[in-house]
Design a protein around this ligand. Structure first.
Ligand code: HEM
Length: 180
């Protein structure tokens, strides 16, 4: 009989921590961008777009890793409602990691702005130019980012609850164990 894994596979753990840092940076950059009108706005936007596209690309890779490698099971004694909340919030995070960058890309396309990832790398538009759609996508991008922030905070709270209060191995399943 094969034993259930106690840890996420290495690729899943590396992607988890890399993307956590990128997403937290993105949320700060996004808020910093709309709060500044100086040339810092342009500078932040130049970071925001390629970093957002990198998150989109990594989210696709991460989804493939997740579908290929089953995660370690949650503890048997965890109440069913908490298991359901964990599952729902994890899939919501995957959805937001994919949808928010796509909405950002569609928003710029609808506004008729070129989506430049660098001086020379220009992405094709994914939405027809339309001022009303631009305004709606602009709002959607901001509200989805707020939903991402709230889901991330709930996720962080749950991780600390497992790691510091229940001490049930859920947090360490996403960490590195130095002891053999
Ligand atoms: C996970 C990925 C992303 C996150 C978490 C994110 C987050 C944010 C946040 C928090 C804001 C500020 C919203 C507000 O308060 O109005 C923002 C604005 C914006 N984002 Fe993103 N974003 C992401 C990806 C992208 C991508 C891929 C693009 C384009 C290719 C993009 C383009 C923009 C633009 C143009 C703005 C408005 C800037 C302004 O008003 O000056 N975003 N984003």
């Amino acid at each position: 009989m094969t034993r259930s894994p106690t840890q996420f596979v290495l690729a899943a753990r590396v992607l988890h921590w890399l993307m956590a840092a990128m997403i937290v940076a993105m949320l700060f950059i996004g808020v910093g961008m709309v709060a500044s009108v100086s040339e810092r706005h342009e500078w932040l936007l130049r970071i925001h777009k390629p970093l957002g596209m990198a998150i989109l690309l990594l989210a696709v890779v991460r989804l493939a890793v997740r579908l290929r490698h089953a995660p370690p099971p949650l503890p048997d004694d965890l109440p069913a409602i908490q298991k359901l909340a964990a599952l729902a919030s994890h899939w919501l995070l995957y959805a937001l990691m994919l949808i928010i960058p796509l909405v950002g890309w569609a928003m710029l396309s609808a506004g008729g702005y070129p989506v430049m990832l660098s001086e020379s790398l220009r992405l094709p538009p994914i939405f027809p130019t339309n001022a009303i759609a631009f305004a709606m996508l602009r709002h959607a991008h901001a509200w989805l980012a707020i939903l991402l922030l709230l889901t991330f905070l709930a996720h962080l709270g749950a991780a600390l609850y497992h790691g510091l209060i229940r001490r049930d191995g859920v947090l360490s399943s996403m960490l590195w164990s130095w002891r053999k």
